[in-house]
Design a protein around this ligand. Structure first.
Ligand code: IVH
Length: 692
C-alpha cells in the first residue's frame, strides 16, 4: 500500500516530531497516524512504539480541540466516539449477502466442479481457496472515499447498522482513496473474528474479574458487534479479514471487467487500497483434484492457525465465469464451503456435581450423556459458576450444544430450549458446602461461591493433591486416588503427614506390594530436595503460579525471608503485581502457614534457594519469554536453558522483558512486544546462539 519512499518519509517525519515536538499541520498529522495504524493493524509491521503513537495521537486531539471545525469523519480520533448505540437500525444491503452451499467430502467437491464445468463448458476450472473464518460476517460501504456504513449480515437481504462498533476494529480503514481508482461507491464483505490469543486473554480478564468466560471466539466476535458501548468493543481486540468485493459497485466507477478479471485480483486490489484482505491466506489451484488435496492437507493444519476456521471456501477465480454461472436464490453457483469435521455435538445435561477446589471455590460440573467430539469422549464439563448457568439458562435434562476446539477445554455453547419436553428442571445452587455443609459465601466482587471452612475435607484433600502434583513437588507414585484413599482411611490428614506415612499399614492394603511401596517411599524422599520454587508453588498460595514461584524463589535465600518482605518489595519483582503481592504477604503473615512451613522444614524439606546460575551465567539478570511453537527445542528445555544461565522467565509481556523468543504462529504477545521498543524480539535460532 505504501511505497518504500513513503514509508521512509513518514518515518522521518515521525522521528523529527517525537524528538522535537513542533507545530505540525493537522492534515499531515492525520496522515501520519493513519499510516501507523495501517502498518500496525493491516501490514503487521509496526514502526513505532505505543508511547510514540500516543504522543502523535495526543497532539492530534489537541489540534482538533483547538479547531473543531477541521475534524474530519475519518480522523483516527473519530473511531473512539463517546455515545452509546441506542438501536441498531435495519438497512437493506446494496447486494444481497448470499450464503454458501456446504460440502463435506471429495464427492461433494467433484459434484460442484462437474456442474460448474458443464455450465461453463470447460475442461478444467481454476479456483481460489481461502480459509472459512469462524466469526461474524459484515458488509462495509465506502462512498466518496469514506466508510459510511457497516452492517451485519442479518437475513441476507437487510442487516443491522453497526458502524460505530466496526470503527473500533483498527484494521478497517475509515477512509480509502477510492477516487484515485475512479470509484464512487464500493461494497465489500468480510468476517470479524477474535484471534485465539485475544480470546484467551479476554477470558483470562473475565476470570480475574470472576466473570463467566465466553464459549468460543465466534460467539465472542458475533456478540461484540451488537454491544451498546463501542468502548467495550474496542477492549475485545477484534480483527477483520476482507474476502469479497461486490463487483458491480466497482463498475459504477472506472474499474471495468477488462481491468479486473479475477477474484484473486480483487483481493490484491483491496490490499493495495489499504484493506486487510486475504493475501498469503489464499491459494490459487488449477483443478478440483488439487483443491481436494489441499482441503485434506489443510484440515490437519487447522489448529496451527492463530484464529479459528471451520473449513475452506472454494471460489471460481474468473469473474466472467462467476457471472456466467450466476446464483440460485440462496447461494452463488461459483463458490462452495468445504466444512471441516464438526467439533460441536449435542447431548443431554443429565446431572450437576458441585466440586470444592483447594481454595474452597465451589464449581458446578455438568455431567453429560457421553458423546464423542473430534476423537475424544466428553462426559463432564465445568460450568464455572452460578452466573454461567443462569446466563445460558441451562436446565437439568436440557439438550445442549457442546464444543471442543483443538486443544481448548470443552465448553457448553448453549442449551436448545426448543427441544424441551417440560420435564427439565432448574439447577439449584447449594447454600451449603456439598462436602462439609458449611454455609457458602460469595464476596460482592466475585462470582464464585466459596466454602470458607479451613477444615473442609475437600479442600484439605485438594491441597494435598496439588502439593504432590507434577508441577509442584512431583511425587510420582502418589496419584489423586491414593491421596483420597489414605485420607479416608485416616492415614493422611495433612501435608506434613505425607512425610510420616505409616507404610506398615499401607503395605497391608490391597494393591500395595513391596515394589510400589518402595517406589512411593523413594519418590517422597526425593521430593524433600526439590528446588525451592516447587515448594512455594506447592503451598498453593493464591495467584502464585509456577512462573511467579520461580521469580519469588530467585529473590530470596530461605523461604521464611518472605515473612520480612513488604508488599511494595514484593511488587518490585518481575511479574508480581498488586494482587499477587497482597496474597503472598497475607500468606506469610498467617501463623498456621508459618507453622506448616516450619514443620516441613523439620521433616527435612529443602527451604533454601540453591544457586542455579551457571558458571558463566551469560544470561544473568535478563528476562525472557517464549511465544509460539518452537521447532528445535521443547518449551520446557528452552526455559531451563535460560534459568541455567542465570536468566528469568516472565509470564507476560511487560517493560521488564528483555527478550521475546518467537516461534511459529506467535500471536498477541508478539504484537504487544513490538510496541515496547526496549524488548528485543529474536528467533529460536538467535536464542540458541545467545546461549552459547
Ligand atoms: S464468501 C457471495 N469467503 O461463511 C460470497 N465467506 O457459510 C459470500 N465466510 O456468510 C461469502 N470465510 O460469513 C466467503 N473466505 C470466505 C469466508 C466466508 C467465512 C462466511 C461468511 C458466509 C458464510 C457462509
Amino acid at each position: 500500500m505504501y511505497t518504500k519512499a513513503q514509508i521512509l518519509d513518514f518515518q522521518s517525519i515521525t522521528k523529527q516530531f517525537i524528538e522535537h515536538p513542533h507545530n505540525i499541520e493537522l492534515e499531515q498529522l492525520r496522515k501520519l497516524l493513519k499510516f501507523h495504524e495501517y502498518q500496525y493493524y493491516v501490514a503487521a509491521a509496526p514502526l513505532i512504539s505505543d508511547y510514540e503513537y500516543d504522543v502523535l495521537y495526543q497532539q492530534l486531539v489537541n489540534l482538533e480541540a483547538a479547531s473543531p471545525h477541521l475534524i474530519t469523519i475519518d480522523s483516527p480520533t473519530q473511531r473512539v466516539g463517546n455515545s452509546l448505540n441506542n438501536n441498531f437500525e435495519t438497512i437493506p444491503h446494496l447486494v444481497p449477502m448470499l450464503s454458501l452451499e456446504n460440502s463435506y467430502n471429495a464427492d461433494d467437491l467433484n459434484d460442484f466442479d462437474r456442474k460448474a464445468r458443464e455450465g461453463a463448458q470447460l475442461e478444467e476450472i481454476t479456483y481460489c481457496v481461502e480459509p472459512k473464518f469462524d466469526g461474524a460476517s459484515i458488509s462495509l460501504v465506502y462512498e466518496n472515499d469514506m466508510l459510511v456504513r457497516a452492517c451485519t449480515r442479518g437475513d441476507g437481504v437487510a442487516g443491522e447498522e453497526i458502524t460505530q462498533n466496526i470503527k473500533q476494529i483498527r484494521s478497517i480503514p475509515l477512509s480509502i482513496p477510492l477516487s484515485e481508482y475512479g470509484i464512487h461507491q464500493m461494497e465489500i464483505r468480510g468476517e470479524v473474528i477474535m484471534s485465539k490469543k485475544s480470546f484467551e486473554d479476554f477470558n483470562e480478564k473475565l476470570k480475574a474479574k470472576q466473570l463467566s468466560p465466553l464459549a468460543n471466539p465466534r460467539n465472542a466476535a458475533a456478540g461484540s458487534l451488537r454491544m451498546k458501548d463501542p468502548k467495550e468493543v474496542a477492549e475485545r481486540n477484534l480483527d477483520a479479514f476482507i474476502y469479497h468485493i461486490s463487483f458491480y459497485t466497482l463498475q459504477n466507477g472506472a474499474i471495468t471487467p477488462e481491468l479486473l478479471k479475477t477474484h484473486s485480483g480483487s483481493l490484491e486490489l483491496l490490499w493495495n487500497m489499504g484493506f486487510r484482505s486475504l493475501q498469503k491466506e489464499k491459494k490459487i489451484i488449477s483443478n478440483i483434484q488439487g483443491v481436494i488435496n489441499f482441503c485434506n492437507d489443510f484440515e490437519l493444519e487447522r489448529d496451527t492457525l492463530p484464529y479459528e476456521i471451520d473449513g475452506l471456501v472454494i471460489k471460481i477465480n474468473d469473474f466472467s465465469l462467476q457471472e456466467k454461472l450466476g446464483m440460485t436464490s440462496h447461494h452463488p453457483r461459483w463458490a462452495i464451503a468445504y466444512k471441516f469435521k464438526a467439533r460441536q455435538a449435542t447431548t443431554i445435561l443429565e446431572n450437576v456435581e458441585f466440586q470444592v477446589g483447594r481454595t474452597g471455590a465451589v464449581t458446578p460440573v455438568a455431567k453429560l450423556k457421553a458423546v464423542a467430539i473430534g476423537g475424544v469422549t466428553v462426559s463432564s464439563i465445568s460450568m464455572h459458576n452460578e452466573e454461567y448457568i443462569r446466563e445460558k439458562d441451562l436446565r437439568l435434562g436440557d439438550t445442549v450444544i457442546i464444543e471442543r476446539a483443538g486443544d481448548v477445554i470443552p465448553q457448553i455453547v448453549q442449551s436448545i430450549p426448543a427441544l424441551r419436553k417440560g420435564t427439565e428442571t432448574i439447577i439449584e445452587f447449594p447454600n451449603a458446602c456439598p462436602v462439609c455443609d458449611y454455609a457458602l459465601e460469595k464476596e460482592e466482587t466475585e462470582a464464585v461461591w466459596r466454602c470458607n471452612n479451613p477444615l473442609c475435607s475437600a479442600q484439605i484433600v485438594e491441597r494435598m493433591i496439588h502439593f504432590v502434583s507434577k508441577d509442584a513437588m512431583d511425587i510420582k507414585s502418589f496419584g489423586d486416588a491414593n491421596i483420597r484413599k489414605f485420607y479416608e482411611m485416616e492415614l493422611l490428614k495433612n501435608i506434613p503427614q505425607i512425610y510420616q506415612l505409616d507404610f506398615e499399614t499401607i503395605g497391608k492394603l490391597e494393591g500395595f506390594g513391596k515394589k510400589s511401596i518402595d517406589n512411593l517411599k523413594a519418590a517422597i524422599e526425593a521430593s524433600k530436595s526439590q528446588p525451592l520454587y516447587r515448594l512455594i508453588y506447592a503451598l498453593g498460595i493464591r495467584f502464585v503460579g509456577e512462573t511467579t514461584a520461580k521469580t519469588i524463589a530467585s529473590h530470596i535465600h530461605h523461604i521464611l525471608d518472605l515473612e520480612n518482605l513488604t508488599e511494595e518489595q514484593l511488587q518490585s519483582f518481575e511479574d508480581v503485581g498488586v494482587k499477587v503481592a497482597k496474597s503472598i504477604y497475607h500468606y506469610f503473615h498467617e501463623t498456621k502457614n508459618i507453622a506448616l512451613i516450619k514443620e516441613l522444614e523439620s521433616l527435612g524439606l529443602n527451604m533454601i534457594q540453591t544457586n542455579t546460575t551457571a558458571v558463566d551465567g551469560n544470561l544473568s539478570g535478563l528476562n525472557f519469554l517464549f511465544t509460539g511453537t518452537l521447532t528445535q527445542l521443547k518449551r520446557s528445555e528452552a526455559e531451563a536453558m535460560v534459568e541455567a544461565r542465570g536468566g528469568h522467565i516472565l509470564s507476560g509481556v511487560s517493560s521488564k522483558l528483555n527478550y521475546l523468543v518467537v516461534g511459529e504462529d506467535a500471536g498477541s504477545k508478539l504484537e504487544k512486544a513490538k510496541k515496547i521498543a526496549s524488548i528485543k524480539i529474536i528467533t529460536e535460532g538467535e536464542f540458541v546462539e545467545l546461549t552459547k
